[in-house]
Design a protein around this ligand. Sequence first.
Ligand code: PGA
Length: 247
Amino acid sequence: MTVSPCVVAVDDERFGASAADVVSSRLPDLCPRLGVATGGTPTRLYTELARRSRAGEIDLSEATLVSLDEYVGLGAGDARSYAAYVRTVIADPFRVPRQNVVVPYGLAADPDGEAEAFDARITALGGVDVQILGIGGNGHLAFNEPGSPFDSQTRVVTLTDETRSDNARFFDGVVADVPRRAITQGLATIGGARSIVLLAMGSHKAVALRAALRGPVTPDVPASMLQEHDDVTVVADHAAARLLTDS
Ligand code: PGA
């Protein structure tokens, strides 16, 4: 059965606060397990949650943070790794201890085994309470590119040229430096979260957002699988939401 996710369209300056309100409303009080996206879009959310933590308005210090993905070949000591992003942008400002940060190990000798072990860790945690997601301009979720099966688990994937060139901005603009493979949560892994909060900013996300929320449910648009989840909230600025009107 498909459902229509709730869409909250906000002014740019309200984006971080609105996203933080939605995430907070979905998190359990005790020991929440928060799935964290990396990338550019969620940074305002993390800044706002860090501000609320410092101000004593929320306490995330008992949270466990679960990352969506990691580049194969980058370790936590590399500032361009997602392990470093989660540590510096999320865990440290939220005062989450290092042992509560769960990120695939990019330097694993056996990346396939690491991917399998990662799903087992999520299961052992009891699953993710709230998963924060961005959306790719091609409708991808994490590194699940178009064509990824809806029943995919965490696995090693080869990145598309488009995604490597999109992410070159985090590698001093040098596409050749962007790793070719990543360990990514699969679409079934992501869909296992109890609540999902999808964030989208900018008119370059409008077509993908419409395809994801209003188009057919198809692996050609990985984010369209969100129509089959029963607790999805979309926080979008007006530019990203501009094609969602049902006229
Ligand atoms: P962005 O990435 O937040 O940096 O735009 C989102 C994505 O590609 O999943």
